[in-house]
Design a protein around this ligand. Structure first.
Ligand code: ADP
Ligand code: MG
Ligand code: MG
Length: 544
């Protein structure tokens, strides 16, 4: 094992980087990692990491403040070294990605299932999900001819299924935390982080001095920065082929529209995709917020073509629109109007409303019920896919009026003091909304009437799902934020597996692939996740 790895894999609780014994039999003519390694300590490695990060754009934008309107870029939150990860489970997460892609497509087309699952208590208690569901009906279910363009549009999915390792017996297996279907982020930065970790792991074995920089095999190559732009290109080319004959109109080609948040800090991650689209595929991107879009968009009444001022939009890629705060002007405001205009056009949406709804936590809980996956994969030759997805499901329970005896048993377990075994989640995205521990128990107790064994759940709970809490293995980590070492300690990780999907309006799947990975690492004592929300850091798996 390489010296760094010995530390990663060590079970000791103190992180002993500085005590590593490096073979310092270096060739003095070279300014290499060996020299640095000979004085190796956390600080020296952090300097290396920062330099690599700066040179390669592993950065986030600083929030503009009242004092300063300047744009400034900071080192992204990152883990100094990769984390050991079981290869077999990593591979599982890659292999099952296309099945989850297809699942999202099929769920998105089942209006009855979506209405049943999200229409009742969830919609009553969560106006945001209710609004997305309402627009979905308006655009895809209602029989108006005005909806023809949207119904004729292709669909693009860029998904990220997130997993934690969990052990119910003696072996760790991946369990799905959630399936993101909108604004699945960090494809760009996670590729750069994998490169950085591969660089920092280079051997210092100078006996074979020609190979001072051999690539380590442990951190897998991350194809996300190729695969996401590729899926966008497939969607773009199909649009051009289907709808515009002027592919060679170099003056005014159709664009890909990135819908982004005002004040977004994770812009480098987004722009890496934009620059890759341009460099590799010569496809132009325009970035706009929903607020600004409203006055700049129009849809051609006869063709359904979406125009941003004079430019035709082929593909709409949402990195905003998943949070109520993205619709500042309220229920009938301009942002919702912009969302509807985008959706009602013939442009390919990533995601369309159906994909957005398929990624809600309530749908995740419903899909885990016996027989529901089979509803979407009824064919005999699809049982393998169903089995592969099902093994990833953790315990998921309803807190609504559809709660089954099993759901109520889990709820009773919380009321009886078992709260440490669960997480309570509302229908929100972006991190920071879940209930854990005492707060979770309190939330349930104050909304449940208990008489003997019978429970009466207040409707306030209908928008929540209760989930089995996962306990991934702990490893030592050095976490960095803004270029500084934030601390050293026990950490846990969450693996994300990207999937990309292009589907024709006729339901034909034309592109369905695993599309890269993301590993996020946080200190063990931190309940929530999310890099952008300030809880986790970007890392990489070191397969073993
Ligand atoms: P969001 O859509 O806001 O990212 P998540 O379901 O991913 O919602 O929850 C946010 C974070 O909470 C996760 O990144 C993870 O760190 C933690 N978390 C969520 N579910 C579980 C669980 N079942 N067990 C342990 N931690 C969880
Ligand atoms: Mg999410
Ligand atoms: Mg999440």
């Amino acid at each position: 094992l390489l010296p760094f790895l010995a530390i990663i894999f060590s079970q000791t609780t103190t992180f002993a980087l500085s005590s590593v014994n490096i073979n310092s039999n270096t060739n003095p003519s070279r300014t290499t990692m060996s020299e640095i390694a000979s004085v190796l300590d956390t600080d020296a490695l952090a300097v290396e990491a920062n330099s690599f990060a700066s040179a390669n754009g592993i950065q986030v934008e600083r929030k503009k403040t009242e004092e300063s309107e300047d744009n400034l870029f900071l080192g992204a939150p990152m883990s100094l070294l990769p984390n050991a990860y079981p290869e077999q489970e990593f591979k599982k997460a890659c292999d099952v990605a296309p099945a989850f892609n297809e699942l999202v497509e099929r769920v998105s087309q089942d209006a009855e299932f979506l209405q049943q699952t999200l229409g009742g208590g969830v919609s009553t208690m969560d106006p945001f999900t209710a609004k997305i569901l309402k627009l979905y009906h308006q655009v895809y279910v209602d029989d108006s001819t005005a909806n023809a363009p949207a119904k004729s549009a292709d669909r693009l999915g860029i998904l990220r299924s997130d997993y934690m390792l969990h052990s119910d017996d003696d072996s760790y297996q991946i369990k799905q935390v959630e399936l993101n279907t909108i604004a699945s982020s960090f494809a760009g930065l996670s590729c750069k982080i994998a490169n950085m970790h591969r660089y920092l792991m280079i051997t210092t074995d100078d006996e074979k001095n020609d190979a001072v920089f051999p690539p380590a095999t442990g951190v897998p190559v991350n194809p996300a920065l190729d695969e996401l732009p590729l899926a966008m290109k497939v969607a773009y080319d199909r649009y051009v082929e289907r709808f515009t004959k002027s592919k060679n109109d170099n003056d005014n080609p159709p664009i890909v529209l990135f819908v982004v948040q005002d004040g977004e800090t994770n812009t480098v991650d987004q722009r890496l995709l934009e620059f890759a689209l341009w460099e590799t595929h010569k496809i132009p991107v325009v970035r706009r917020s929903l607020t600004r879009l409203n006055s700049e968009l129009s849809v051609d009444e006869t063709t359904g073509a979406l125009k941003l001022l004079k430019q035709e939009v082929a593909v709409v890629y949402f990195r905003a629109g998943y949070a109520p705060t993205d619709y500042g002007d309220g229920e009938d405001g301009i942002e919702w109007n912009a969302r509807l205009t985008l959706e009602a056009s013939r442009a390919t949406k990533c995601p369309c409303l159906g994909y957005h709804l398929a990624g809600t936590k309530k749908v995740q809980q419903e899909l885990a019920r016996p027989g529901v996956l089979e509803r979407f994969f009824p064919e005999k030759d699809e049982t393998n896919k169903v089995a592969a997805m099902r093994t990833c499901f953790a315990g998921l329970y309803s807190c609504g009026d559809d709660a089954t005896p099993e759901d109520l048993e889990a709820i009773r377990d919380v009321l009886d003091g078992g709260e440490a075994k669960y997480v309570l989640k509302p229908q929100r995205e972006g991190g920071g909304y879940n209930f854990y521990g005492e707060e979770l128990a309190q939330k349930l107790r104050s909304n449940i009437e208990r008489t003997g064994d019978s429970l009466e759940l207040s409707e306030d709970l209908a928008e929540f799902i209760l989930m089995q809490r996962l306990f991934p293995p702990e490893q030592n980590a050095v976490l960095m934020r803004g270029g500084k070492v934030e601390g050293t300690g026990d950490s846990i990780s969450e693996l994300g597996s990207f999937g990309t999907l292009v589907v024709g309006s006729d339901g034909k799947v034309v592109h369905n692939r695993y599309a890269g990975f993301l590993l996020r690492t946080k200190f063990s004592g931190v309940d929530e996740g999310g890099v952008a929300s300030g809880f986790a850091t970007l890392s990489s798996p070191y397969l073993c």
